[in-house]
Design a protein around this ligand. Structure first.
Ligand code: ARG
Length: 407
């Protein structure tokens, strides 16, 4: 009888290569690797070869960058999804799509299990497991294998598995630091090494997308971003696909040192962890869209949106992507952005991204109402009547209950 199959989420790195061997040995299953390209860049090169040398019977590489940007990143942007106000949720937005692709691949190759490389301490295991179980709830149940959560390997065992995969493990004590990095088009998350001391400033070698301030250009650069219904569609008047636009902004803003985040974060599993992120494009696009909203949304829309943003951000972080509530809030965001069409000018300089201009055919900013010149269209007479009624309840209460000017 043929062995059961397991589809493994495969980055091509050391851990996932070791996992390929480990699953064959410990679960007696054939392994099909699935590399989901979310725009992590050169890491994808050579994955098929590495998977084969680790004994995978097949290796799939799926480019899902457009789907990632259009169905996860941009909805997140429109929802103002920023965990704890600073983290653009790059990893957290990628996981549900990876879970979806794992389930799709499993169905395609007739696998009975899927596997991912998450440990038992992070958020990502929750996002994967919850996503997989939710999406697989309709059909045959899928087993979930998580080697790094299960194996408890010693260094010697790790070496043995690496050797089986035709790889050599780095020696401990090498002076080059090895961070734990997760990256996709929307940002990279950097953990480990010296960053585990919250008092230590992040060492320069932790960063690779953004320049340190002393190396950034002395002259600022201005970029105009065009939005249509809350979706960024152009840079300096030239139409771009979402994937292109994000790549370009990562480049330009990174060059000016924009997008470094240093945060002590509340993980879902109860741990606080020191997280360093590089998310240049996300920082620019979030500030730009927020600026556009100040012109195109009413005060009440802005307030309700902000409240829902906080809920939405926690849900994405907590692995609740595939839920009705997440979809409900997304529907509100879609509707709230009906008129978020226009341009925003940002100035990038020495690590800062400052909005210096915004315009929209639907802007609620009315010059004739707002101007300080004497020819304005605002009814000054009506203001006194308005305030009279507006302050009525406060005055009544003061008269009947307070009895004292001092209060
Ligand atoms: N803390 C972030 C999150 O939970 C990023 C985790 C990414 N993992 C890593 N190995 N750096 O979304």
């Amino acid at each position: 009888m043929a062995r059961e199959k397991c589809v493994l989420a495969y980055s091509g790195g050391m851990d996932s290569t070791i996992s390929t061997v480990w699953i064959q040995d410990n679960y007696n299953m054939d392994v099909v690797t699935l590399t989901v390209d979310l725009g992590a860049g050169p890491e994808i090169v050579g994955v098929k070869e590495r998977a084969a040398s680790a004994g995978a019977i097949d290796s799939l590489v799926w480019d899902v960058r457009d789907e990632f940007v259009n169905e996860y990143v941009f909805p997140g942007l429109k929802a103002g999804a920023m965990y704890e106000g600073v983290y653009a949720l790059s990893t957290a937005l990628g996981r549900p799509l990876m879970a979806k692709k794992l389930v799709e691949a499993a169905r395609q190759v007739g696998a009975t299990a899927v596997a991912h490389g998450c440990t038992g301490k992070g958020n990502d295991q929750v996002r994967f497991d919850a996503g997989i179980m939710t999406l697989a709830a309709h059909g045959e149940p899928l087993k979930i294998v998580a080697p790094a959560r299960e194996w408890g390997m010693t260094r010697d065992e790790e070496k043995m598995y690496a050797a089986k995969a035709g790889l050599e493990l780095r020696e401990v004590g090498d002076d080059q630091r090895v961070y734990s990095i997760d990256r996709n088009l929307w940002g990279q998350a950097i953990e480990g090494e010296d960053l585990e001391d919250t008092w230590e400033a992040p060492p320069e070698d932790a960063f690779s997308w953004t320049r340190q301030i002393s190396d950034t250009p002395d002259e600022p650069v201005e970029v105009a971003i065009g939005f249509e219904k809350g979706v960024p569609v152009s840079i300096d008047g030239t139409l771009k696909s979402g994937v292109e636009l994000i790549a370009i902004l990562n480049e330009i803003a990174g060059e000016h040192g924009v997008g470094r985040i240093d945060h002590v974060e509340n993980r879902l599993v109860g741990i606080k962890s020191r997280e360093v992120y590089e998310t240049p494009a996300a920082v620019v696009l979030h500030s730009a869209l927020k600026a556009l909203e100040t012109a195109t949304m009413s005060r009440e829309q802005q307030r309700v949106k902000e409240n829902l943003s906080a809920i939405y951000s926690d849900m994405v972080y907590d692995g609740r992507w595939f839920t009705e509530l997440r979809r409900n809030i997304a529907a509100f965001m879609e509707s709230a952005h009906e008129y978020s069409t226009g341009d925003v000018r940002v100035r990038l300089h020495k690590g800062s991204c400052i909005v210096v201009g915004r315009r929209s055919p639907f802007s609620l900013y009315d010059f004739d109402l707002a101007t300080y010149s004497t020819t304005d269209a605002f009814d000054h007479e009506a203001a006194t009547g308005f305030i009279d009624i507006y302050s009525l309840s406060a005055r009544t209460q003061s008269r009947k209950q307070t009895n004292s000017e001092a209060r």
